[in-house]
Design a protein around this ligand. Structure first.
Ligand code: TTP
Length: 404
């Protein structure tokens, strides 16, 4: 079935990681996030994928080209980010007069669940969560076999099934894309879904697994998921005194020096160097040309291309953007002593992340002075810096950060 993948969002909740890159291009286990979406679609039965991108020279288009995972790709440009219905409208002229699937290019889908969505069109992907209050929640009829609508962020959720942003719709839906602006000022695809529910028997397809990657810590969860599926392979240089266990990828051109211990799943990408005497564990991705130096421990983290932690540092449950540099002795806290989940500032609001272990997020080019201590949940802005010995207790963008 022809499939539209939305990859033209602004990614504001993911800042600062989206200051200089598009959200669909964030690294997940060595590939862009959207590559996993397109591959899931290809596996599930997409005949052709139309990627909705922000511009003609978009990095998404540059990466994917004309074909990916054996599927032909086309592009549609959405220049103004007016909402998901508007994004699908941009793709509409490229669609045949036939049923189509819409997927978010910033979500991970498990392939079998997605295949069930393609098989059961018209259908919407549904995922069970413990607390649906922050999602679009699906309403169903008494049988539970037919979706009757969606309610956004209900205080009193009618079900625990949330909308995954994966839809398989009849051809007629192509002419329903001129929706009215919603209360939050966007043209929303859920209004198209509402009409589909009124005119067709739309099935909820329960997804086994799904992850919306909208906020920085969800990038860690995405890497945890996809690194665990990779398997190991060593193509680069691994010193005889290094110890690798579990699934570890050492890509061609990567170097693992003596005295290094890596407990997979882990991925050391091309040109990266680890060691001597470094400890890498948990689900960790070390990007192209990144460096993990002597006596550095990196646990369950993402280090993007050119990120450097040269000496004597601890990095836990953190995302280090491109070309970040940790001064010697920089330490990251990743656990609250009161046992609460770590909180993070997202679009000016301090939100619980649901993660007991979460370290820091460093925007591209951020640098720490030697012996910097970074508290759990702190973000440093793109090109931000700390002084030697600085203790960063609060996100510098927060009220408390400004007062501190
Ligand atoms: P969202 O995650 O709702 O929006 P966003 O990606 O812009 O992120 P944020 O809210 O943090 O600013 O978008 C869901 C999907 O739809 C995502 O894959 C991006 C895509 N999208 C578009 O392609 N065009 C749009 O105008 C919007 C709003 C989203």
């Amino acid at each position: 079935m022809q499939t539209v993948v939305l990859a033209a969002g602004r990614g504001t909740r993911m800042r600062p990681l989206t200051d200089r890159r598009l959200k669909p291009m964030l690294p997940v286990a060595g590939r862009p996030l959207a590559a996993h979406t397109v591959e899931a679609a290809a596996d599930a039965g997409a005949s052709r994928v139309v990627l909705v991108v922000q511009s003609d020279d978009d990095a998404v288009r540059e990466y994917f080209g004309d074909e990916h995972a054996g599927v032909e790709l086309d592009y549609a440009v959405q220049t103004e980010q007016r909402g998901t219905a508007d994004a699908v409208r941009a793709a509409a002229p490229t669609l045949d007069d036939a049923p189509f699937v819409v997927l978010n290019g910033d979500a991970l889908y498990d392939h079998d669940s997605l295949a069930a969505l393609y098989d059961r069109a018209p259908a919407v992907g549904a995922f069970r969560v413990a607390d649906p209050t922050q999602y679009g929640v699906l309403l169903t009829d008494e049988s539970g076999e037919r979706v009757t609508g969606v309610v956004e962020k209900p205080a009193d959720p009618p079900s625990d099934l949330v909308n995954t942003g994966a839809y398989a719709l009849p051809a007629a839906a192509k002419s329903w894309l001129d929706v009215d602006e919603s209360a939050r000022g966007e043209l929303e695809f859920t209004d198209v879904l509402a009409r589909a529910c009124a005119e067709f028997a739309v099935s909820p397809v329960a997804f086994e697994r799904w992850l919306d990657v909208g906020r920085p810590w969800e990038l860690l969860a995405a890497n945890e998921w996809k690194l665990a599926e990779l398997g190991g392979r060593v193509e680069g240089d691994v010193h005889v005194d290094a110890e690798l266990s579990g699934d570890v990828v050492v890509a061609d051109g990567a170097t693992v020096r003596s005295g290094v211990v890596i407990e997979g799943p882990a991925y050391v990408d091309r040109g990266a160097t680890v060691g001597p005497n470094a400890y890498v564990r948990g689900a960790t991705y070390i990007g192209p040309d990144a460096k993990v130096g002597h006596a550095v421990e990196v646990k369950n983290s993402v280090m993007m291309a050119d990120a450097h932690a040269g000496h004597l540092s601890y990095v836990g449950d953190s995302v280090l953007g491109r070309a970040t540099n940790l001064g010697a002795g920089t330490k990251v806290a990743n656990l609250r002593h009161d046992g609460d989940s770590v909180k993070m500032l997202v679009k000016g609001e301090v939100v619980p992340t649901g993660r007991r272990k979460l370290g820091v997020v460093l925007g591209d080019g951020a640098k720490t002075g030697i012996n910097t201590s970074l508290n759990a949940g702190v973000k440093l802005p793109t090109d931000g810096a700390t002084r030697p010995g600085e203790v960063v207790m609060f996100d510098p963008d927060s009220e408390r950060g400004r007062a501190a």
